[in-house]
Design a protein around this ligand. Structure first.
Ligand SMILES: [Zn+2]
Length: 263
């Protein structure tokens, strides 16, 4: 199998756009799942769609009571995404399993290769539904979130072949799982800078968003001396600068020379 060619083929499961635009529970998602299903079958796996819309290929151990190693990534994309984001991490473990299958190798644990439906949170104002359901952290009220056309996750999921009523049955017990491994393209420049083909992470960034309001004080533009002004934008700029500086490290250096000094 030519991996680049294969990824180029599935990249065509996209809304018309400059890059790949494949949102969860859409016809493009359905097309992609059809292709991924074939990859999984070719690798000797049993395939099913779980109630959260995650496509799962299973490569069973001969030991029935074995634990499971989960491998995979997301099939969905942001708008105008690259061709490898997510989907490469779906394909790669399937190819690894295919090697095992061809050699008729059975492992002392089950393997599940997963293609999550919605990792990016582009269509609905929530993300990571598939993994959250497996981890048992999904909040059922989120099922009512709607997309821009007023379609709820519940409707979209059920129309796609999922079943919101069964979501709480999907939680995996920690005892049954060995771990989850995801291969993903690097979306930053660090490996490229160090000319490394691959990296193994020790952690990933946790994203937290806040909304804050910075209040300034209106005063006359001509007669208020600079040191008596309270310009909200200037205050915001200082906050942004300090935040950026405090998270600075070797890999997050400034480009374009020294920043002005603030006290
Ligand atoms: Zn991704």
């Amino acid at each position: 199998m030519n991996i680049l060619k294969t990824l180029n083929t599935i990249a065509q499961c996209s809304q018309p756009s400059q890059g790949v635009t494949r949102l969860p529970f859409t016809k493009e998602h359905k097309q992609a799942n059809k292709i991924i299903t074939q990859w999984m079958k070719d690798a000797g796996m049993q395939v099913h769609l779980d109630a959260a819309g995650t496509l799962i290929g299973t490569y069973k151990s001969s030991n029935k009571n074995a634990k499971t190693l989960i491998l995979g990534s997301h099939q969905d994309s942001v708008i105008n995404a690259g061709r490898f984001d997510g989907i490469m991490g779906v394909l790669l473990p399937i190819l690894a399993v295919k090697k095992l299958h061809q050699k008729k190798t059975k492992l002392p644990f089950h393997i599940e290769c997963v293609a999550f439906a919605d990792e990016e949170g582009v269509r609905f104002p929530t993300a990571l539904m598939g993994p959250q359901v497996l981890a048992g952290t999904f909040k059922m009220k989120d099922i009512q979130f709607k997309d821009s056309k007023g379609i709820s996750i519940q409707q979209a999921l059920n129309n796609f072949g999922g079943n919101h009523r069964k979501l709480n049955q999907l939680k995996r017990s920690k005892k049954s799982i060995i771990g989850f491994v995801e291969t993903h393209i690097e979306q930053g420049p660090v490996l490229e800078k160090h000319k490394l083909p691959v990296g193994v992470v020790t952690g990933i960034s946790g994203i937290t968003r806040y909304i804050c309001t910075i209040k300034g004080k209106a005063s006359h533009a001509g007669t208020t001396p600079m040191n008596l002004r309270k310009d909200a934008l200037a205050g915001a700029a200082e906050i942004i600068y300090v935040l950026e500086k405090s998270s600075n490290n070797e890999e997050h250096h400034y480009h374009g020379g020294e920043r002005p000094k603030y006290s």
